[in-house]
Structure formats: C-alpha cells, structure tokens
Design a protein around this ligand. Structure first.
Ligand SMILES: Nc1ncnc2c1ncn2[C@@H]1O[C@H](COP(=O)(O)OP(=O)(O)OP(=O)(O)O)[C@@H](O)[C@H]1O
Length: 228
C-alpha cells in the first residue's frame, strides 16, 4: 500500500504581501515559502522594496496587505517567541562603535542569549580569528574600516542558535575573503536545517548554496524609466 507523503510545513510563509509607502505601491502579490535548509535571495532594483520586505518578514513593520506565518502561526501571534527564533541583521552594522572588536564579540554573544559568556574567552578569540580580525581585537570598532566593522557585526551569525536568519545586504563592504567566509557560514547553517532570507545585489558564488530567488518588480523604477 502506498503511503501518502506529507509535505513538510514551511518555516516561513509570506502570502500576498504588498507595500504602499508614501502613496506608492512598492510591490504587491508577493508570496513564497521558506523551508528548513533553504536560502532565499530577494532581488530587485534600488528602491524596489527589498529592505522593506525584509523588515516586514522580521515583524519590524506591518505589510499593507497579506500575511506572514512562522511555523504555521501569524508572526504577530507571539512576537517574543518569533524573535527568539529569528536573527535579523539590517544593512547598517549594528556594533557599538566605542567598544573594541573583542568587546563587541563578547556583547554580541551575551545578547544572543549566552548567559555563561565570559569576557576575553578563548571562543571569542577563535571567532576573531575566523572572521579575520586577529591583531585588531583591541581596536575601537568605530575606527575600523567599513568591511572590518561589518565582520564584527556578522559575528552574531556564529553565536546564533536561531533557525531563521533575515539578512539585508550581508556582503556589503566585505572583500573576496570575507564573502567566501560568510558563504561558508551560510552553508553550515543550511546544512543544520537553518533557513536564510537575504537581499544581495550580487550573485552567490558558492554553487552549493543553491538560492531560490524572489524578484520584486520595479513598479517605481519602471515609472521613473517611463518618465525619462
Ligand atoms: N519611511 C518611509 N516612508 C516612505 N517611503 C519610504 C520610507 N522608507 C523608505 N521608503 C521608500 O521605499 C522605497 C523602497 O525602499 P527599500 O529600502 O525597501 O528599497 P530596496 O529595494 O531595499 O533598495 P536598495 O536596493 O537601494 O537597498 C524607496 O523608494 C524609499 O524611498
């Protein structure tokens, strides 16, 4: 007798989302489902609404219509549970400029929920080495280069236990080595059943990441093009 195979539930479901900002429709009818082990890349022209969509998915702003579910529940159902399951990194590096790189790594660990974290721990030193900042550990983060600050901000990805990562332009300011390092981290996360939704203007070079893509139509960009 044949058994009916049941499709696994999506981890994150976006259904018929739209965004109207400043009287303009940025996008509409946006639907997709993110499963465990999947990476979704949101693409589109400048101003198409990619950051807006990611902020909606993270529950940081409402959609104009449609709904978003995490593990089959509306994300508004229990926001604190959702935020424990989610790691959101926006396009600006969220680091404390006045702390050193090593102090930031420690605080990122604490903020990710690790109550046993110790300052100056060997794991933080190992992480600094992984992200290529050994030798700069005592530098005040605000004096590091944009790419180095980005690396410090991204250490949250190494601390995180969250199954869902939402990342806005994570490759910004990173050099070739930094991009490769980050893609390796993505691969590990996906291999462990994690999910990633991200924006990036560049194609991912690690073929095994095999991203699914959702392109946002250039409603506004088209209108601007039509005028020029
Ligand atoms: N607070 C706001 N009120 C009204 N419109 C806004 C607001 N914030 C952003 N916008 C507009 O929303 C549009 C989409 O912005 P968004 O940052 O989501 O685009 P994006 O696709 O991420 O662009 P980019 O590729 O340049 O990062 C832009 O035209 C922007 O001007």
């Amino acid at each position: 007798m044949k058994h009916k195979t049941t499709e696994p539930l999506p981890r994150l479901r976006a259904h018929e989302l739209s965004s109207v900002r400043g009287g303009r429709t940025l996008f509409e009818h946006v639907s997709f489902e993110v499963h465990a082990g999947e990476l979704w890349q949101i693409t589109g022209a400048n101003g198409a609404g990619k950051s807006t969509l990611l902020r909606m998915l993270a529950g940081l702003m409402p959609s104009s219509s449609g709904r978003i579910e995490f593990n089959n529940q509306p994300i508004q159902y229990d926001r604190s549970v959702y935020h424990q399951q989610l790691l959101f990194i926006g396009h600006k590096p969220a680091v404390k400029a006045e702390l050193t790189a090593l102090e930031n790594v420690y605080w990122q660990r604490r903020l990710s929920g690790d109550k046993t974290a110790q300052q100056d721990s060997s794991s933080d030193w190992d992480l600094l080495e992984t992200i290529g900042l050994l030798g700069l550990e005592d530098e005040v983060t605000g004096r590091l280069s944009a790419g180095q600050q980005r690396r410090v901000a991204l250490t949250r990805l190494w601390h995180s236990q969250a199954p869902l990562w939402i990342l806005d332009e994570p490759f910004t300011a990173l050099d070739v080595k930094g991009i490769a390092m980050l893609q390796q981290r993505f691969q590990t996360h996906l291999g462990q059943g994690g999910s990633i939704v991200m924006t990036s203007h560049q194609a991912l070079s690690l073929a095994s990441l095999n991203p699914k893509q959702r392109h946002l139509g250039e409603t506004y960009a088209n209108a601007m093009g039509a005028q020029s």
